[in-house]
Design a protein around this ligand. Structure first.
Ligand code: AP5
Ligand code: MG
Ligand code: ZN
Length: 214
């Protein structure tokens, strides 16, 4: 199963991708998580990506496209993958087609998780993320069992640098301008399936599973 999870910042791409990845035993490929790991480890890629991420802008295509091509070529992606946060514009979508073509693979579905912008802001401002495994929590909607600690791995949870009000606004604007056109793009290819992303996390997971089979 070769899947893309599309949606605005805070729509629940990461939350749902993690669950679906476990269910189908395929990896979640989150470009945001990979970039944050590079920033944390101080790699050349992380050093170049950081200034864009801090202001909520997209990291240049050439950096992200190469990173994804390398990741999708790894053995654990051979049975399928969930792309979470990629592609984010038409040029990345075209690059992905070339990458998949060279691997002899095709996309099966693009799942669009739809949430209104008022709800997105609430979700992002209360989000906490696990430093070790990337799991997402919310101080009100989806708290971890022990405050400050991840349910899955016991790691420490923290607030992402780009989950500040100003940066959230910038990220939402970038989404509307650059990423939203992908909905029509994938609709045109017959791959897009919309899911209502509002409701409890389990209900959204059921809707995603349903959309994958539709
Ligand atoms: P990235 O890490 O991809 O961030 P994003 O797209 O802004 O999306 P988020 O991770 O913020 O949201 P999500 O949809 O995963 O929501 P989550 O499940 O956490 O990208 C970060 C940056 O990296 C970009 O700004 C850019 O600079 C760079 N970047 C990444 N990819 C790139 C690319 N391809 N090209 C160029 N640059 C790139 O949920 C959010 C919150 O809501 C959590 O608190 C969660 O607990 C809660 N929640 C989830 N579901 C529900 C529910 N059903 N009800 C209530 N609360 C819920
Ligand atoms: Mg995410
Ligand atoms: Zn964890």
């Amino acid at each position: 199963m070769n899947l893309i999870f599309l949606g605005a910042p805070g729509a629940g791409k990461g939350t749902q991708a993690q669950r679906i990845a476990e269910k189908y035993a395929i990896p979640q490929v989150s470009t945001g998580d990979i970039l944050r790991r590079n920033v944390r480890e101080g790699t050349e890629l992380g050093r170049r990506a950081r200034e864009y991420m801090d202001r909520g802008a997209l990291v240049p295509d050439e950096l992200v496209v190469a990173m994804v091509a390398e990741r999708l070529g790894e053995p654990d992606c051979a049975q399928g993958f969930i792309l979470d946060g990629f592609p984010r514009n038409i040029s990345q979508a075209e690059a992905l087609e070339r990458t998949l073509g060279s691997l002899g693979r095709e996309l099966d579905r693009v799942i669009g998780i739809e949430v209104d912008s008022e709800e997105l802001v609430k979700r992002l401002s209360g989000r906490r993320v696990c430093r070790s495994c990337g799991a997402s929590y919310h101080v009100v909607y989806n708290p971890s069992k022990a405050e400050g600690l991840c349910d899955r791995c016991g790691g420490e949870t923290y607030q992402r640098d780009d989950d500040k009000e100003e940066t959230i606004k910038a990220r939402l604007a970038v989404y509307e301008r650059e990423t939203l056109p992908l909905v029509e793009y994938y609709r045109g290819k017959g791959l897009y399936r919309a899911v209502n992303g509002v409701g409890d996390v389990d209900a959204v997971t059921r809707a995603v599973v349903d959309a994958i089979g539709r």
